[in-house]
Design a protein around this ligand. Structure first.
Ligand code: HOZ
Length: 454
């Protein structure tokens, strides 16, 4: 083992979870049985049900920094971070006290507040493509609204998305979608009329040739292209060199709107998101997760002339009772101020932890003779259990041995590591992970790889 692994002793506070003692999860099991009676599948979002990895989901009682504590008192080092928002860990004292102070003033007004203006100004300052922004309540709302705006602005109907990318659960975006659709292996989503997806064109991610061919033939009828600039929803799959640039080039040439879905990558890959990091500026951007500081908040924004088609200025209607909710906006503002204070050092630390973990996972898998491809970009990471040389698209991601992933996942969970319960979701690292926790995680993952040999 190299780097951090060789030099740091594991903090005794965490040693308990590092033992392979069997965890008692009776309370979680009981809660899950009750939940299944009254909630479909016992969960409010499908991947949480652990269907792809077997066993019952863990019911969470509370979070403390990088740790989760379940209903039976078991502790887990959290590599999900609520699927992305918790880049500063659970229950950060600054976010909690800001929210508590705002709660005492009221939870919702359905009228404008100074807080919304402050958050909008901060987003405009941070994200290169955004000159005007509208706040909504989720990433799904952000993407469906952005596409409506792109269609209204261009007067065109066709949209392009990429296989294995996931942009929330709006009907017309569920074609060849990643995330839970991939996890459950659903060929299509029941309840979505064929007519609704008829104008959604899907292309393989990272296929520059297919992209150019499509735009050469149909560019003039395409309203927009929506893309996760670094995909998190088929596992972590970064763009190959030149892909984002090609997207920019063909959309400019055909006057189509380029939308970066930065719900996962916004404020994560850099303060200005993936677009600041790659130096490719789209026309519109969707945000969620981190921008809400752990509360339900999304946003979509872009060029002034595009955003001025939104009502009440323009004819594209979009509204929401809880849009710009003061509690969510307060949490978002507190989160962004923490990230600004952390500055370059915080993002460098996230990159360093991500790189270290990816290298350690590769080495452990090699030592155990288990073929894997570890994809990592900044603080997003996925271990694909595949014999492929690389994973750059959905076809390669789907070549993974999901049974083996499930075994590895369960070995980690039973040793106190909470990894995404699906081969087709990225792990999200937080900036508060200590060196000792990185060692603990690497050593536990090493044992999990070894256990797959038996
Ligand atoms: N679709 C989310 C991640 N890609 C998972 C949401 C959840 O289960 O909370």
């Amino acid at each position: 083992m190299s780097g951090l692994l060789g030099s740091i002793l594991v903090n005794s506070m965490h040693a308990k979870t590092n033992e392979s003692e069997r965890m008692n999860r009776e309370t979680s099991q009981h809660l899950f049985a009750q939940a299944k009676e009254v909630i479909p599948g016992g969960v409010n979002s499908p991947v949480r049900a652990f269907r792809a990895v077997g066993g019952d989901p863990v019911f969470i009682e509370r979070g403390e920094g990088a740790w989760l504590i379940d209903a039976d008192g078991n502790r887990y080092l959290d590599l999900i971070g609520s699927w992305g928002p918790l880049i500063m860990g659970h229950a950060h004292p600054r976010i909690i006290s800001a929210v508590q102070a705002q709660l005492a003033r009221g939870t919702t007004f359905g009228a404008p507040t100074a807080l919304e203006v402050e958050l909008a100004m901060e987003i405009v300052k941070a994200v290169p493509s955004i000159e005007k922004v509208r706040l909504v309540s989720s990433g799904t709302e952000a993407t469906m609204s952005a596409i409506r705006v792109a269609r209204g602005y261009t007067g065109r109907t066709k949209i392009v998305k990429f296989e294995g990318n996931y942009h929330g659960h709006a009907d017309f975006l569920l074609a060849k979608a990643g995330s839970g659709v991939a996890t459950l292996g659903l060929p299509e989503c029941a309840g979505v009329p064929t007519a609704v997806t008829a104008d959604t064109i899907t292309l393989p991610f990272n296929d520059i040739v297919a992209l150019r061919e499509l735009f050469a033939l149909h560019g003039e009828s395409i309203a927009c292209v929506i893309v996760e600039p670094v995909v998190g929803n088929m596992g972590c799959v970064p763009p190959i060199s030149g892909f984002l640039e090609a997207l920019r080039e063909v959309t400019i040439a055909s006057r189509s709107v380029l939308i970066f879905d930065e719900v996962m990558t916004g404020f994560r890959l850099s303060y200005g998101g993936a677009q600041a990091r790659f130096g490719v500026t789209p026309d519109m951007t969707t945000l969620g997760k981190i921008v809400g500081g752990g509360m339900p908040l999304g946003a979509y924004g872009g060029k002034r002339e595009i955003m001025d088609t939104v009502a009440p200025v323009g004819p594209v209607y979009q509204a929401g009772t809880l849009s710009g909710n003061p509690i969510a906006v307060t949490a978002g503002l507190a989160m962004l101020s923490l990230l600004r204070e952390g500055g370059e050092a915080l993002y460098a630390r996230l990159d360093q932890v991500g790189t270290t973990l990816a290298e350690n996972f590769r080495e452990s898998a090699r030592n155990a003779n288990i073929p894997v491809v570890v994809n990592q970009y900044g603080s997003m990471l996925t271990v694909f259990f595949t014999e492929q040389d690389s994973v750059t698209d959905y076809t390669a991601a789907k070549s993974s041995d999901t049974q083996r992933f499930a075994q590895w996942f369960r070995a980690l969970l039973d040793s106190g590591i909470y990894f995404p319960p699906s081969q087709f979701e990225a792990a999200f690292l937080s900036a508060i992970l200590t060196d000792a926790e990185v060692v603990l995680l690497s050593e536990t993952a090493d044992r999990a790889f070894q256990s797959l040999k038996e």
